[in-house]
Design a binder for this molecule. Structure first.
Ligand code: FAD
Ligand code: DHB
Length: 392
């Protein structure tokens, strides 16, 4: 099989790239190791920056998002037994965010891809990439016991943190930066009414919590947990009790609890790969970087990478230029935004979580910083403009 761009991975990054290339008449095949149903069962991110919504508009996959997504003009922070509101609209020049699950965006993009007739190979095994230092890269894989080869002009490594693309780059050509946080998040999805119309981030001496949602009747909540914890350590009763403990008394009393539809534990990590291009191979999304989830940035960063990469590929194929200038600039442009977003996600994580090594002094400093933020227009503007998303 032959294509122009081979895309490894059918997550948000790979699907968005496939759709944007398709709309520009560029042929792309997606090679994915799992199947559609498996991917659609993964519960992940929930908050979309306005810039991400614009990219999805450009990809013509945002019709349902505009119908069902919940526009949020602010969020609350709960600390020291009270709730304070950060007004995003006021402090970020009228910008807002949209709450719409990653699962739903993925479904919308898969449906658009199927309707377009573009090829996705699901359940591909032994996916391997070859010769990406040359102009004739290849992807090989096994499907239903048979071996296949896909030749192409470029490979887009959109296969997430555990994928094969980044791991195929020789260690001498790549530099990685990493911080693993000494805690994780236990997340519960439940068919319960969200406790508030907006998200509540909570800082408490016993740890972080977040009350989010997927719809007016479906909640998605998180509680800080130990890295060694497993799902079995968190029966629903324990989860709701821990969440209530971190909220102010009024909110805790209002919290509706119920059985979990889904429960998962995520470790927290800051990770960046430099560069993001190796010859004909381009890394995008979680394949190149991970942010701790507190800033709600993982999926948004995948979308901004794809904005830069799709523009560069479209210019390469449609301008007739052979010098690949835009493609050469991809890594530099993407990384500039990645690092600023890493900084913000690290800051929000450090401000809101209980960091065991910081002790009581750390708790007092966090409290002082939170009080300062809500007394300072400048500090609220910093938080808001990063939360709604830095310019592309
Ligand atoms: P992915 O979504 O990881 O997609 C990669 C795809 O590549 C997958 O479909 C995978 O099956 C496929 N793949 C992997 N290896 C191969 C291979 N060898 N060959 C072929 N295909 C392969 N972000 C937030 O903002 N908020 C959250 O609450 C949040 N929760 C998260 C919870 C978890 C458990 C995880 C893992 C991530 C979470 N994130 C969250 C981050 C966010 O979901 C990611 O940033 C986003 O999914 C990145 O999209 P992606 O397309 O780059 O990677
Ligand atoms: C969600 C996850 C986040 O990490 C976040 O900061 C906000 C919302 C969510 O899953 O809804």
């Amino acid at each position: 099989m032959k294509t122009q761009v081979a895309i490894i991975g059918s997550g948000p990054a790979g699907l968005l790239l496939g759709q944007l290339l398709h709309l520009s008449g560029i042929d792309a095949v997606i090679i994915e190791q799992k199947n559609r149903d498996y991917i659609l069962q993964r519960i992940r991110a929930g908050v979309l920056e306005q810039g991400t919504v614009s990219i999805l508009d450009r990809a013509r996959v945002s019709e349902r998002l505009h119908r069902e997504g919940l526009v949020h003009t602010g969020f609350d922070v709960c600390f020291a037994g009270q709730r304070q509101r950060l007004d995003l609209e006021k402090y970020a020049d009228g910008k807002t965010v949209v709450v719409y699950g990653q699962t739903e965006i993925t479904r919308d993009m898969m449906d658009a891809r199927e309707a377009s007739g573009a090829i996705t190979v699901y359940d591909a095994e032994n996916v391997a990439i070859h010769d990406f230092e040359s102009d004739h890269p290849r992807v090989t894989y096994t499907k239903d016991g048979k071996d296949f080869q896909l030749t192409c002009d470029f490979i887009a490594g959109c296969d997430g943190f555990h994928g094969v693309s980044r791991k195929s780059v020789p260690t001498s050509a790549i530099k990685t930066f990493e911080k693993i946080y000494p805690f994780g998040w236990i997340g519960v999805l439940s068919e319960t009414k969200p406790v508030s119309d907006e998200l509540i981030y909570a800082n408490h001496e016993s740890g972080f919590a977040l009350c989010s949602m997927r719809s007016p009747t479906r909640s998605r909540c998180y509680v800080q947990c130990a890295l060694t914890d497993t799902i079995e350590d968190w029966p629903e009763e324990k989860f709701w009790k821990a969440l209530k403990q971190k909220l102010d008394p009024e909110t805790a009393a209002d919290l509706e609890t119920g059985p979990a539809i889904e429960k998962s534990i995520a470790p927290l990590r800051s990770f960046v790969t430099e560069p993001m291009r190796f010859g004909s191979l381009f890394l995008a999304g979680d394949a190149a970087h991970i942010v701790p989830p507190a800033g709600a940035k993982g999926m948004n960063l995948a979308a901004s990478d794809i904005h830069y990469l799709s523009n560069a590929l479209i210019e390469h194929y449609t301008s007739g230029k052979k010098d690949k200038v835009s493609l050469d600039q991809y890594s530099h442009k993407a990384l500039a935004r990645v690092w600023k977003t890493e900084r913000f996600s690290w800051w929000m994580t450090s401000l809101l979580h209980t960091l065991p090594e910081n002790g009581e002094l750390g708790t007092k400093l966090q409290r002082a910083e939170l009080e300062y933020v809500f007394q300072s227009d400048a500090a609220q503007a910093m938080w808001a403009e990063n939360y709604v998303g830095l310019p592309l």
